[in-house]
Design a protein around this ligand. Structure first.
Ligand code: AVJ
Length: 313
C-alpha cells in the first residue's frame, strides 16, 4: 500500500490556523545533502563539539558503562556514523566484546553506514536494522545482553518538551535495569553563537528550509513558487528555543495535486518548520528523573557547548 503519511501531514500542517511542517521532512536526499553542508559550516558548532567529546572522552565513557559481559550498542538515527565511530574504535581496540546495532528508517542510510563501518572497523560485529525505533527496540528488549542505547547528534532538540519526555519514557520501557542511554543535548550558551549557527550568512540553512517546498512540489505535485517565500529563524535565550520559519512574502494560493486542494497564505504568514531546543543541565537532569533514569555523568566538550549525557535505567 502507498504510504500517504507525508501527504496527510502536509495537508494538516498547511490547513492549520498556525501553519507548520515537521522538521523530519527536511531529510529527503537533497535535504540530507544540505544538512551535510550545514555540518561543515564554521558557525555550526554542534557537530565539532560532539566529535570532540567522542574523540577525547570515549575511554571515560567506556569505563562508566561497567558491563562485565558482552553487550549490544543500539543506535537510533545513526546518520553517517563518523562521530559514533570514535567510540566504537576505542571498544574494538580494547578487545571489548560487543555488537553494534544501528537502527534507521532509511534502508539507503543503513546500507551506506554498514559499508563505511566495515571499511573502518572490519572486525566489529554489526547487526543493522531497518525500521521504526520502537518496534526494533521492543524486539531487542527480550535480548539477555545488557545494552547501551545511543541517541546522539542533538536530535532530541527537535522534540517539543512534552514529546521529549514521552520519548525518554518509551526508551525506558524498552530498557532493562542496568542498561544505559547516551543522549546528545545542545546546551545553552552565548545567544549570538546559537543565532549564527541557525541563520548562516551564506544561506545554507535558508536553502535547507526552502527545500521543504521543493520537496512538496516534486512529491505531491504542488506549485509553490520558491522565490515568494523567505526564511526566518529566531533564538529565545529565555527558554532555549530556536524556532525556524518560512514566510510568505505575498498573499498567495498554492495548489497541491495529491490533495487536490488550494492553500491560502496571507502576506507575511508563517510556516513553522523547526524547533531546536537548547538545554540546561538542570533541564536534562529533570528529564532523566521524571523518566526514572539515574544520571551517570555529563560528558561535555571543552567549551561546554554540548553534552553527551549518560543515564542508567
Ligand atoms: C539534526 C536536529 C541536530 O537542530 O541542530 C541544523 C538540524 N537545523 N540546522 C539541529 C538543523 C538547522 C539539527 N539536528
Amino acid at each position: 500500500m502507498e504510504d500517504t503519511t507525508f501527504e496527510k501531514d502536509i495537508d494538516a500542517g498547511l490547513s492549520a490556523d498556525f501553519k507548520h511542517i515537521s522538521s523530519r521532512y527536511f531529510y529527503d536526499d537533497i535535504g540530507s545533502g544540505i544538512f551535510q553542508e550545514i555540518m561543515k559550516m564554521p558557525e555550526y558548532y554542534p557537530t565539532a563539539s560532539e566529535f570532540e567529546i567522542l574523540s577525547l572522552q570515549s575511554d571515560k565513557i567506556i569505563e562508566k558503562l561497567d558491563f562485565n559481559q558482552p553487550f549490544n550498542i543500539v543506535e537510533f538515527g545513526a546518520g553517517d556514523g563518523i562521530k559514533t565511530r570514535q567510540l566504537l574504535k576505542k571498544l574494538v581496540s580494547g578487545n571489548i566484546d560487543f555488537t553494534y546495532v544501528p537502527i534507521d528508517i532509511s534502508a539507503k542510510a543503513i546500507r551506506e553506514l554498514k559499508n563505511n563501518m566495515f571499511a573502518a572497523l572490519p572486525e566489529m560485529k554489526i547487526k543493522p536494522l531497518v525500521g521504526n525505533y520502537f518496534s526494533m527496540a521492543e524486539d531487542l528488549s527480550s535480548n539477555e545482553m545488557p545494552a547501551l542505547f545511543l541517541f546522539l547528534g542533538g536530535n532530541i532538540g527537535n522534540y517539543q518538551p512534552e514529546e521529549a519526555g514521552q520519548l525518554f519514557g518509551q526508551f525506558g520501557s524498552n530498557m532493562k535495569s542496568g542498561d544505559k542511554l547516551l543522549t546528545g543535548f545542545d546546551l545553552r550558551k552565548n545567544p549570538a553563537t546559537i543565532r549564527n549557527a541557525y541563520d548562516d550568512k551564506q544561506g545554507i540553512t535558508r536553502a535547507f528550509n526552502l527545500n521543504l517546498l521543493t520537496r512538496i512540489n516534486r512529491e505531491l505535485g504542488a506549485n509553490f513558487e520558491i522565490g515568494q517565500f523567505d526564511f526566518y529563524s529566531h533564538y529565545d535565550p529565555a527558554n532555549g528555543e530556536v524556532k525556524s520559519y518560512l514566510v510568505s512574502l505575498v498573499a498567495q494560493r498554492v495548489y497541491i495535486g495529491k490533495t487536490n486542494k488550494y492553500y491560502s497564505f496571507k502576506q507575511n504568514e508563517l510556516i513553522w518548520t523547526e524547533l531546536s531546543k537548547k538545554y540546561t543541565l538542570e533541564e536534562i537532569e529533570g528529564l532523566a528523573s521524571v523518566n526514572n533514569f539515574g544520571i551517570v555523568e555529563h560528558f561535555m566538550d571543552c567549551k561546554h557547548y554540548f553534552t553527551d549525557s549518560l543515564w542508567i535505567k
